[in-house]
Design a protein around this ligand. Structure first.
Ligand SMILES: [Fe+2]
Ligand SMILES: [Fe+2]
Length: 391
């Protein structure tokens, strides 16, 4: 395994995780990469590490251009183990190296995970000269953990952004332009929706700090390096950071005997008849993380479940908890479901969505056993009326 030059003297030395399919609740159907970068300057510098199980891959790539013992500077932009797991082994190989991380949280996290290691804490706008190049640090707390920071090299106009702008996307083509643009933009959106979304406020603070930077390349820690499509990735982040919404509805449901399914299809049809973009998901066929990716820029969310043993169906409950954690903003909801005896699920769904702070588009809708034609007509009429009132 070798290092790949991304600029004169700067190499990608990361690892490709082709097989990853789950990242604590996030379905990573396209795998991921753990990107690390080696800079050959007066002080040999390693930016970020890789997940522990890929340590040998990192060492092999570094060793293809330089003896790892020569590394003097290790930047830890983020202590989460996918970016720091190989750190103990690298420190063993490079006994003179110092680890630069954010103060105070980077220090706390690295000490808690790896014990007493040689750390130099840094803060926003601190700089470190490594020879011809300067490393400038910008703290980005909560994008994604309290310790996150990014490292900018003004002489190269490269931003090492760690999780920010990343995608869980395994590829052997390091740069954006080697990959299908729609796919990598979608994966960047999925990444934001499932990782960064709850911290959008903090991400905006970080964004203010870097908005005037002259950037030619964004070297992320996951997925592709952005170089030829900077405009596209920055425009995506601009939409996401500003929580820009489309006229779009998402219908998510689970059904025992097909009756809640009939209601879901009629709700979908009501939006479709109004010319509103709409997507329908049976929770059994789609991963929560894919649904959240679609919800993030939607205005309307319909959630339906039959009632089972006085509760909503468990997969809908799981979806709602996932939704609550990520907390996309400004949704108008419809709670619905068919029932036989108690019908508690519908109120449970509406209570839960009220609790997140969403507003009902229409009153919760419950139908006894098989939905009737009249019942479905009035359901659609209620949606039409509510949508018309918004104009
Ligand atoms: Fe992270
Ligand atoms: Fe990460």
């Amino acid at each position: 395994m070798i290092a790949y030059k991304i600029r004169e003297g700067i190499y990608w030395v990361g690892a490709i995780d082709w097989h990853l399919r789950l990242f604590h609740g996030y379905s990573t159907d396209k795998g991921t990469t753990y990107n690390a970068y080696l800079i050959l300057d007066e002080k040999i510098t390693l930016i970020d590490n890789v997940k522990a199980e890929f340590t040998e891959e990192l060492i092999a790539r570094i060793s293809s251009v330089i003896d790892p013992s020569k590394i003097e500077v290790i930047i830890s932009n983020h202590g989460e183990p996918d970016h720091s797991g190989s750190l103990p082994k690298i420190l063993e190989l490079a006994p003179n190296a110092k680890v630069y991380c954010s103060s105070p949280n980077g220090v706390k996290i690295l000490n808690a995970i790896y014990g007493d290691i040689p750390i130099i804490p840094v803060k926003t706008n601190d700089t470190l000269s490594i020879g011809k190049r300067t490393l400038q640090f910008i703290q980005a707390p909560m994008v994604h953990w309290p310790d996150n920071m990014v490292t900018y090299i003004p002489e190269e106009k490269i931003l090492f952004s760690n999780d920010i702008y990343g995608q869980h996307y395994a590829t052997a083509k390091l740069f954006d332009s080697g990959n299908d643009l729609a796919t990598i933009i979608h994966e960047a959106k999925k990444y934001y929706a499932n990782i960064v979304l709850p911290y959008t406020k903090q991400a905006n603070k970080y964004n203010d700090l870097i908005k005037d930077f002259d950037i030619e390349m964004i070297a992320t820690a996951h997925g592709v390096i952005w170089k030829d499509n900077l405009k596209e990735i920055l425009a995506l982040y601009d939409d996401l950071l500003n929580s820009r919404k489309k006229e779009k509805a998402i219908v998510v449901y689970d059904s025992m005997w097909g009756n809640t399914d009939v209601m879901a299809r009629n709700i979908m049809e009501a939006f479709m008849e109004k010319g509103i973009e709409v997507r329908l998901y049976n929770i059994n066929n789609t991963e929560d993380s894919d649904i959240i990716t679609e919800i993030v820029d939607a205005k309307y969310l319909a959630v339906g479940s039959s009632t089972l043993n006085n509760n909503m169906l468990p997969k809908i409950a799981g979806f709602l908890y996932y939704l609550k954690g990520l907390a996309p903003v400004d949704l108008q909801y419809i709670a619905f479901g068919s029932y036989g005896w108690g019908g508690q699920s519908i109120k449970q769904i509406s209570d839960f969505l009220d609790g997140i702070g969403y507003k009902p588009l229409i009153e919760p809708v419950k139908m006894l056993y098989n939905p009737t034609t009249d019942g479905l007509t009035s359901l659609k009429q209620a949606i039409f009326l509510a949508l018309d009132q918004q104009k």
